[in-house]
Design a protein around this ligand. Structure first.
Ligand SMILES: Cc1cc2nc3c(=O)[nH]c(=O)nc-3n(C[C@H](O)[C@H](O)[C@H](O)COP(=O)(O)OP(=O)(O)OC[C@H]3O[C@@H](n4cnc5c(N)ncnc54)[C@H](O)[C@@H]3O)c2cc1C
Length: 525
C-alpha cells in the first residue's frame, strides 16, 4: 500500500476527496458549510500491562500500532479519532504468523486475564474491533490477522481456493486473478477488509442476487478456539445435523479466531450486459425490482435508488427513481437475460432511454457500463462521508432486510420517523436504495444526512441510530443485513432472536471460551 492509511478516516490519506466540489454539492442542501478545525493530536493512554514475554517475536506496544487498532470505521469512530480520542487503544498488538502463535496468544491471554479482540481490516462499523476489557480483565490485546495471508492452495478442478484469513480484498483478487479465478465478493469496504473479517461478520458483497453473502462462498474454515481447533469438514454440502461451519460464520470473533478458509471461486466473467431504468413513481420501481427477482432471473447488479438517493449519487437529477440492472457470465452471452429483465421493468412503468449496454467476450468490461460506473463510485463513497464530516455534516447509513409485503410501510415509517428526529437539528435528508434482492424481499439501505452540532455529535448520532433501529424492528426488518452485530446492534439482535437461541449461544460461548477472553461485549452481553 503506497499511501499511508488515514489516521481518522477511511482508506488512505491519498484517497481523501478534495473538499471544494463536495462543499459545493452539500451547500445546496445545508447552506454555508465552514471547514472544521484539523484533526486533534492523538491521545493514547500508556499500556496497563507489560508485553507478555511469550509473544516477544510477534507483538508490540508501540503507540502507532496501538492507535491504529483502537477504533473501527463507523461514523462515531471517525469522530472520536478526529477528536484525538484513542482511549480504547489496546495494551498490546499481537500479529501471529502461524496458527500455533494464535493458540499461544489465546493461552497466555487466558492465563494473564487479558481480553483479545481479533482484528482483520478494522472496517467494522458496529464497534466490533474496539478492544474492551470484560469483568476481571487486566488489559486488552488486539490480535491482528494480517500475517496469516495469501493464496495457500488452489483446487482448480473443484474450483476451491485455500486462503489465509488476513488476506485483504485486493491481494486476494490479484492472487486468484493470476490463476484465472475470482472470489467475486466485493463489499464496499473491499480494499480495506479481510477474508476472515468477512466470514466473521457474514459480509454482503456488491452483487445483488445469488451468492452474495459470504456464507454462500465458504466451503470450509479453520478456527482456533480457547478450547481447541475447530476445522470443518471439506464437503460441498451435508445433511448431517446443525453444521459446524454455520456456527463459525458470523461468530464475530467471540467463539474463536478464524485462521484460514477454503472458498468457492469461479472463472472470471467475460460476458456482461447492463442498463439503467428510470421511474416516475418509486412504488412502481419497487414492483419492477420484485418482478425481476421473482422471475428467477439472477442479475449480478439490481440496485434500486429512490429519487433522493439517485440525486445524492448524481445518477439522476430529476428526482426519478433508478433501477440499475446488470448481468454477467463466464460462459455465455447475457444480453437475452437483460432483455427479459428490461421487459419486466418497462411493464412496471420504467423507461430506459439509453438502452442496454452489452459486452461479450474479452476480459471484463471497461468502466463504461452502468454496473461498472456504479461500482467505481461505490468504492469512493466512504471518502465522501469523511469529506462531509470535515464540513460538519453527519452522513451515515443503516441497512436491513424485510419481506416485499412489509417494505412499503417500513420505508414510509423509516423516512417519516427519521425526518422527525432530524427536525431539531434543522432537518436533513433520508434516502434509500436496495443493495440486495431476494425472491421474498429486498435489503433496503438507508442514508441520513444532517448538520452536526459541534460537541454534541456523538449524542446526535446515538439518537438517530436508536430511532432507526426501533423502526426497523417494529416494521418487521432485521437489525442488520450485512454490517454485523458487534456492540452497536447487540440490543436489537437480542430482541429479534428467540430467547432460547440466545441462551444456547451463551452456552456455546461458555463452552468454547470459558474465561470470556474473546471480544467481550460483542454479539453477546
Ligand atoms: C465504508 C464501509 C463500507 C462497508 N461496506 C460493507 C459492505 O458492502 N458489506 C458488508 O458486509 N460490510 C460492509 N462494511 C462493514 C465491514 O467492512 C464488514 O463487516 C467487514 O466484513 C469487516 O471486515 P474486516 O476484515 O475489516 O473485519 P474487522 O472490522 O477487523 O472485524 C470485524 C469483526 O470480525 C472479527 N474478526 C475479524 N477477523 C476475524 C478473524 N480472522 N477471526 C475471528 N474474528 C474476526 C472482529 O473481532 C470484529 O468483531 C463496510 C464498512 C465500512 C466502513
Amino acid at each position: 500500500m503506497s499511501s499511508p492509511r488515514s489516521r481518522w478516516g477511511w482508506g488512505t490519506e491519498a484517497g481523501a476527496l478534495p473538499l471544494g466540489p463536495v462543499r459545493t454539492r452539500a451547500q445546496a442542501f445545508f447552506g454555508d458549510l465552514p471547514e472544521r478545525a484539523p484533526p486533534a493530536a492523538p491521545r493514547v493512554p500508556p499500556p496497563l500491562v507489560p508485553l507478555p514475554g511469550a509473544w516477544a517475536d510477534f507483538a508490540t506496544q508501540a503507540d502507532g500500532a496501538r492507535l491504529a487498532r483502537a477504533l473501527g470505521k463507523g461514523w462515531c469512530d471517525r469522530v472520536r479519532a478526529y477528536q484525538g480520542d484513542f482511549s480504547t487503544a489496546p495494551d498490546v498488538v499481537a500479529t501471529p504468523r502461524t496458527e500455533a502463535e494464535v493458540e499461544r496468544v489465546l493461552e497466555v491471554a487466558e492465563r494473564e486475564r487479558l481480553a483479545v479482540t481479533p482484528f482483520g481490516g478494522g472496517s467494522s462499523v458496529v464497534g466490533g474491533v474496539e478492544p474492551r476489557r470484560g469483568p476481571g480483565h487486566r488489559g486488552t490485546v488486539s490480535l491482528d490477522l494480517s500475517a496469516l495471508q495469501g493464496l495457500l492452495e488452489l483446487d482448480d478442478v473443484s474450483q476451491l481456493a485455500r486462503l489465509g484469513a488476513g488476506t485483504f480484498g485486493p491481494a486476494l483478487e490479484a492472487a486468484l486473478g493470476a490463476r484465472g479465478f475470482t472470489l467475486r465478493h466485493f463489499p464496499q469496504s473491499f480494499e480495506f477488509s479481510t477474508l476472515g473479517g468477512w466470514i466473521a461478520t457474514r459480509a454482503g458483497g456488491h452483487f445483488a442476487t445469488g451468492a452474495t453473502h459470504v456464507d454462500e462462498l465458504v466451503h470450509a474454515a479453520r478456527m482456533v478456539t480457547p478450547r481447541g481447533r475447530w476445522a470443518t469438514h471439506r464437503v460441498p454440502a451435508s445433511g448431517a445435523g446443525p453444521e459446524p461451519l454455520r456456527l463459525l460464520v458470523g461468530s464475530e470473533g467471540t467463539l474463536g479466531v478464524i485462521t484460514e478458509a477454503w472458498m468457492r471461486v469461479r472463472r472470471r466473467p467475460g460476458f456482461r450486459a447492463s442498463a439503467s431504468v428510470r421511474f416516475e413513481d418509486f412504488a412502481r420501481a419497487v414492483e419492477a425490482a420484485r418482478a425481476v427477482v421473482q422471475s428467477g432471473l439472477q442479475p449480478a447488479n439490481a440496485r434500486l435508488l429512490d429519487g433522493a438517493e439517485a440525486m445524492l449519487n448524481g445518477v439522476s437529477l430529476d428526482g426519478r427513481a433508478v433501477l440499475v440492472l446488470g448481468f454477467e457470465s463466464a460462459d455465455a452471452p447475457v444480453g437475452p437475460l437483460l432483455d427479459r429483465a428490461l421487459a419486466l421493468a418497462t411493464a412496471a412503468g420504467g423507461e430506459c432511454p439509453e438502452g442496454p449496454l452489452v459486452r461479450e467476450g474479452g476480459e471484463g468490461a471497461s468502466a463504461a457500463d452502468a454496473g461498472e460506473r456504479w461500482r467505481a463510485a461505490f468504492l469512493k463513497g466512504p471518502y465522501l462521508q469523511d469529506a462531509l464530516l470535515r464540513l460538519d455534516v453527519l452522513a451515515d447509513t443503516f441497512e436491513t432486510a424485510c419481506t416485499w409485503r412489509a417494505f412499503p410501510e417500513l420505508y414510509r415509517a423509516v423516512k417519516g420517523e427519521l425526518e422527525e428526529a432530524l427536525a431539531p437539528w434543522g432537518g436533513g435528508l433520508v434516502t434509500c436504495r436496495f443493495t440486495h434482492l431476494y425472491p421474498d424481499g429486498p435489503a433496503p439501505y438507508f442514508t441520513f444526512l444532517t448538520r452536526v452540532r459541534p460537541g454534541a455529535e456523538l449524542e446526535q448520532w446515538a439518537t438517530l441510530k436508536a430511532t432507526a433501529s426501533e423502526v426497523l424492528l417494529r416494521q418487521g426488518g432485521t437489525i442488520t443485513h450485512h454490517h454485523g452485530v458487534g456492540r452497536v446492534h447487540r440490543p436489537w439482535y437480542e430482541r429479534e432472536s428467540p430467547p432460547p437461541f440466545t441462551a444456547a449461544l451463551r452456552a456455546v460461548k461458555r463452552e468454547l471460551d470459558p474465561a470470556g477472553v474473546l471480544n467481550p461485549g460483542v454479539l453477546l452481553p
